[in-house]
Write a protein of this length. Sequence first.
Length: 176
Amino acid sequence: MWHILKQIVRTGIVTEPAPGVDDSDHVIIERMHRDILDILGQALTIRVVDAGSCNGCELEINALHNPYYNIEGLGIKLVASPRHADMLLVTGPVSRHMEEALRRTYDATPAPKLVIAVGDCGCTGGIFGESYASRGRVANVIPVDVAVPGCPPPPIEILRGILSVVRQRQSRAGKR
């Protein structure tokens, strides 16, 4: 016991230095917030669909609600019903058991339907690919507007994907 206490006194407090503040991410997020508010001018509702993922992407999507990203402050809300959604955020490779549910969710979403495939599994099928249990990427089952790669992608990339789909919608509406 005394040996351990002597070692603690000799060593002292050992901690890592505080991380440096990187203002570039904060500036990017602020600019994205302004762009989304300028383009939307209204609320955007998103339905998240887990089509067979490991939940890594869902954790990053949930991080969008923390005070740093604050998507609720932008008027972007996650909803439980596809009938109330403007956009689908689909994660994971589409398992055979989720294929019909994903199609029904897509069909229940009102037009214009916007779809983002999140994560390597949603974009390409990831390590699962296509097999007896998996249909692979989301685009094999429903049309996808934007793919956000990464395993899992950081929240800022998911936010960029949302912004790019919103910009696509704005440009399509402007052409009409």
